[in-house]
Design a binder for this molecule. Structure first.
Ligand code: CAA
Length: 487
């Protein structure tokens, strides 16, 4: 019974551990927080005080409630103080030897009925469980950063978890106001297996110069509607943690999609770990883009939707003219536009434009586009109220290049039988703050559109992971329009 978890130990009071301790204390559960030494303990106390203090400032908690919450947390540097805890959850760094050593100690110290839980992001819960003399009482309880805010808890059971324990721990998660998603023990579980390859892919695009850090972040926030761009999120999660998760995924899959981008490894090696070290990807401002070039406003608009776009430009004072008179040729397109260049009198004046949602315009430069022409188009789209994201003229540009492979991964995960579509959708909505889960997004975009985008990506890069998932191909071939139509 979940009600029997009345005292909970949390080992490791870094960002995640302190957030987890706060979740339990807020739910009225007594918490024993353990850190390795006095300094780390003071830091952990600081996390708890800051987080609850912010909630008071925002009027979400009264001072009295805050004192009650903090009063439920006992801090100690001695693991022995966990002897009577009903459940202990560890949130120490993602290094298997640390975890195994800790679980050996916890197994010795904690009462036989206690549940030992790990907040590992990706390591094998089975391997950790096997360290103990109570493998049936060891489970994964995976929270998301920031733990007091994100509503998901992944509950990970192994082949040897006691019957019923996953259900009890899921009930406990509900008691914390969270939504549990219960799955088996596979590297990355649901969220990290879908999230980290996407974040890594963003780093690959950055490394390949497809777009800038800020451009990619903006595109994913405003174009795809995500709460944070990938580089801001990597900084929040920690580049070291992200690198570790990717390494674990790669060891299990040997899939290049999981091979950490060198740009990520380099930053980790340099100690640029993200928010916790004062910066990772967002350590320094990117150089200001050069000022927009003045444009006389003679623009030709090509492509589907060109007339409506030309009308918007005209309303903003631009003059739309035939291609031969244009200083700028804008080709509205969702595919690379360079094929149009040889047919133009001035191929250096050609820029591809891909409108994403109602806020973002990806401004694609071909190998021939003049930099001043691209800047003129950026200024032009700004004038009509869109946010320009300069990028190279590559398959699916930025947003779709990142979004479609993630959706493809979700289809593969579902098809493998690891998790249900609802669980995957819930996990991404509640764990990452997405407005929609991947299957909801697939339905909205259209299965055929996503399949075609993946085919284009595969044709460009020849990476096996970009080939549409067999299930997606089959559903499109069968004329299925929505995952909702499946049993
Ligand atoms: N601790 C406690 N509370 C916090 C917080 C923190 N670190 N950061 C933000 N909050 C609270 C704020 O106090 C605020 O609360 P109220 O609404 O009660 O006032 C609320 O969260 C929203 O915060 P803000 O208004 O400051 O900021 P925002 O609206 O931009 O939201 C965010 C911030 C919640 C972080 C949002 O950007 C978001 O959802 N981002 C996605 C985060 C994500 O994907 N997390 C999962 C990462 S993967 C992971 O953790 C797993 C792993 O193993 C690697």
């Amino acid at each position: 019974m979940a009600g029997s978890f009345e005292t909970v130990g949390v080992v490791g009071l870094g960002t995640m551990g302190a957030g987890i301790a706060e979740c339990f204390a807020r739910a009225g559960i007594a918490v024993i927080g353990v850190e390795a030494g006095p300094e780390a303990l003071t830091r952990g106390r600081g996390h708890l005080e800051d987080s609850t203090g912010r909630a008071v400032v925002k009027g979400r908690l009264s001072e009295a409630e805050r004192s009650e919450i903090l009063g439920r947390v006992t801090l100690t540097t001695s693991l022995e103080d966990l002897a009577d805890a009903d459940l202990v959850i560890e949130a120490v760094p993602e290094v298997m030897v640390f975890k195994r050593a800790l679980f050996t100690d916890l197994d010795r110290i904690c009462k036989p009925s206690a549940v030992l839980a790990t907040n590992t992001s990706s390591l094998s819960v089975t391997e950790i469980a096997a360290t103990t003399g109570r493998p049936g009482r060891v489970i994964g309880m995976h929270f998301f950063n920031p733990a007091p805010v994100m509503r998901l808890v992944e509950v990970i059971h192994t082949l040897i978890t006691d019957d019923g324990l996953a259900g009890e721990v899921a009930d406990l998660a509900r008691r914390l106001g969270k939504t549990p998603v219960t799955v088996g023990d596979r590297a990355g579980f649901v969220v990290n297996r879908l999230l980290l390859p996407y974040l890594n892919h963003a780093a690959v695009l950055l490394e390949n110069g497809v777009a800038t850090r800020d451009g990619i972040d903006t595109a994913m926030r405003l174009g795809a509607g995500l709460p944070m761009g990938p580089f801001a999120l990597l900084d929040l999660i920690g580049l070291d943690t992200s690198y570790e998760v990717l390494s674990v995924l790669f060891r299990e899959s040997h899939d290049r999609r999981h091979a950490a981008a060198p740009i990520l490894r380099e930053r980790v090696a340099a100690g640029l770990l993200g928010r916790k070290s004062g910066g990772g990807f967002h350590r320094a401002a990117e150089p200001e883009p050069a000022a927009d070039e003045p444009s006389t406003g003679l623009v030709a608009v090509l492509g589907e939707g060109g007339d409506a776009f030309a009308a918007r430009l005209s309303a903003a004072g631009f003059k739309t003219v035939p291609v031969q008179d244009a200083e700028t040729v804008v080709a509205l397109s969702s595919v690379p536009v360079v094929e149009l260049a040889p047919g133009l009198p001035h191929p250096e004046r050609l820029v591809g434009l891909h409108l994403v949602g109602d806020q973002v315009a990806e401004v694609a430069s071909t190998a021939l586009t003049g930099p001043e022409v691209a800047r003129a188009v950026e200024g032009m789209v700004r004038l009509i109220g869109l946010v320009p994201v300069p990028c190279r003229d590559r398959a699916e540009f930025v947003v779709d290049a990142l979004l479609y492979p993630y959706l493809n991964d979700a289809v593969r995960m579902y098809d493998s039988g690891y998790a249900t579509r609802d669980d995957i959708d819930n996990a991404m909505r509640l764990g990452c703050g997405y407005q929609a889960g991947p299957f909801e997004t697939l339905d909205e975009l259209g299965l055929e559109t996503v399949r075609d985008g993946l085919r284009a990506l595969y044709a460009e890069y020849r990476e096996p992971f970009l080939a549409p998932a067999p299930l997606l191909e089959q559903l499109v071939a069968a004329g299925v329009r929505s995952f909702r139509d499946l049993p």
